[in-house]
Design a protein around this ligand. Sequence first.
Ligand SMILES: Nc1ncnc2c1ncn2[C@@H]1O[C@H](COP(=O)(O)OP(=O)(O)OP(=O)(O)O)[C@@H](O)[C@H]1O
Ligand SMILES: [Zn+2]
Length: 659
Amino acid sequence: MAKANESATIDKSDNSIGKSPAESSVLVVGAGGIGCELLKSLALCRFRSIGVIDLDTIEVSNLNRQFLFRREHVGQPKATVACDSIRRLCPSINIEPFHGDVITDPRFDISFYKRYDLVINALDNVQARQHVNRMCLLCSKPLIDSGSTGYNGQATLILKGRTQCYDCIEKPKQQRTYAVCTIRNTPSQPIHCIVWAKFLYNQLFGDNDDPNNEDVTPDADDPENGTNGQEAVSSTTENGHHRISTRDWIQAEMEEFQPVRIFNKLFFDDINYLTTMKNLWEKRRQPIPIQYEQARQIQEKTLNGQSDHEQSATPKLNDQRIQSINEYAQMFIESLNELKQRCDKQRQAASSSKEPAFLVWDKNDDADLRFVTASANLRAYIFGINLTSKFDVKSMAGNIIPAVATTNAIVAGITVLQARKVLATLPRSSNDHTLTSIKQLTNVFISTDRKTGAIIQSIQLEEPNPSCIQCSDLEQPVRVRLNMSLFTLHSLYERLIRKHLKMNKPDVIIADGSGRILVSADDDEDEEMMLKTLDQFKLINGTILLCEEEYDDETNEALLQHMKIKLMLEHTDTITDKNEYIIVDDQVIGEIKQIKQSLKRKHIEDDDDDDDNIQHLDDYQNEINIVKKTKKLSTSHDEHNNGPMHTSFVMLVDDQASA
Ligand SMILES: Nc1ncnc2c1ncn2[C@@H]1O[C@H](COP(=O)(O)OP(=O)(O)OP(=O)(O)O)[C@@H](O)[C@H]1O
Ligand SMILES: [Zn+2]
């Protein structure tokens, strides 16, 4: 029935009879829970050409639902093993694994995406989804974004310019946020202590440059304290530990690292200091500081009438049991020692490799999890809050909603049906992948919300959001190839944006939906910051920067002009010179060639050597070992009359690409 409808809507006269699965090539990004189901279903539905990207290796915890993997595969790349398993199921298939990060791996550039008819996301995080969304918009590839959360799931279509893209609607924040004062001063729930423990981990071992790396020291500026910190600041504890941030205190302590001293600062001195902020405790139970030696004597496991798991009728696994304060104190010291050693090794390794010089908390790492479990429970005990098992800490700290294998199977099945429908609308014999008819396409949601009346629902495709930063402005960005770990912010701003793109003093904004400003036109330049390399700002392969400035046109003061250039950064290791970059955009190469030819003709006619539309950049040729030509392209629009404006920028093209 569905098939009859589909073929009825396809216009055969314009050669758009659709592609069959066997004729199509599909890229699957993510070979986890949904990815495994998806690959199996695609293979069984006669898809014959598939690419699979996944960055991860197989873990024991994947085996219960990621059925393409077996115990003997643990530690091996997911993409490779998934493809091997599919080949066993379907020997004639052409399936190619790519073990790498879809965001940062330079192999996955625009030309890579162009090899496929359709892209399917089977990912588990927003950042990677946003990246694939951006890449598919840039090269006009249809994308199906599949996902599941517990019993809910979806397979949504993203078709450039015709449907909403992944970023058209702001996503609800996945992680709940908590007031910093609650976390630092007045926790009242286990989750507050868990969040504090994760902050503590980052203060001790995390990325010091990360603006989200929150302090855990008591905060005397808490408005509830009402004294602007004066009273509290004057009443110092014995050794004054609270006066400096935990990170600074730790830096000073690192030489003669003494875990018991750290324990006593966090759970005794800091808590003592908190108790001096009297206003906080007028209507709350005041926290009770404990020292390490005291903690080792406390065998308590339950608080405030919390049900004792030991006595519960249901048998518990070790990790599901609440332990005693004595055990948590010991766990704190042991995991702290372990992480300190790991952090030292990491720092050493970082000096000779690209590894970061810090640790990143991982719910699947046992020492990481033990550290947060122990710290959170010690703090909970001090504040009279119920304790939490290691098992529950893992779920709460990792924001985990358990994966349901059945939901994944349903989502994958629906996604394959969606894929077949999308391909049926693609012109068969040309390389034009513009969809011809999308009337029969819908988004599909799986929902357990009974109010909607149906578990599987087809919802009409929505129009793109005209103010979406990713898809409203479909103008192609200028692609710049450079080495992110060598190229500095200074080179980007001064050489590329100001000198070559001829912008005056623009704001440079990271167009990832965060609105993060990389360089502000209004602020004075921070020299130290400008000398940092692009990767230190967490800019990655495919990052799009929006360079924007407003200024009065000297010729007409009343007209406020608006100049905007989008840059897409493409990382390459092959560039080894810190000043070198290549601006290359195959979308405009044809146009450039045409203009060059017409200029050449003009050049011959005029015999005019001063034609400034083509110049050899002698001053750059020594530094950049690529012959470049410059060409003026008009860009941007006059905001007032929508007509083309005379703003122009210079584009550098390497000869090879334009040849
Ligand atoms: N940037 C990325 N590049 C490539 N693959 C990615 C990227 N981000 C996530 N993935 C992959 O997407 C898949 C998502 O699958 P899934 O949601 O089942 O997660 P998982 O990590 O396998 O499971 P769990 O988190 O429950 O242990 C994972 O295999 C993960 O490695
Ligand atoms: Zn959009």
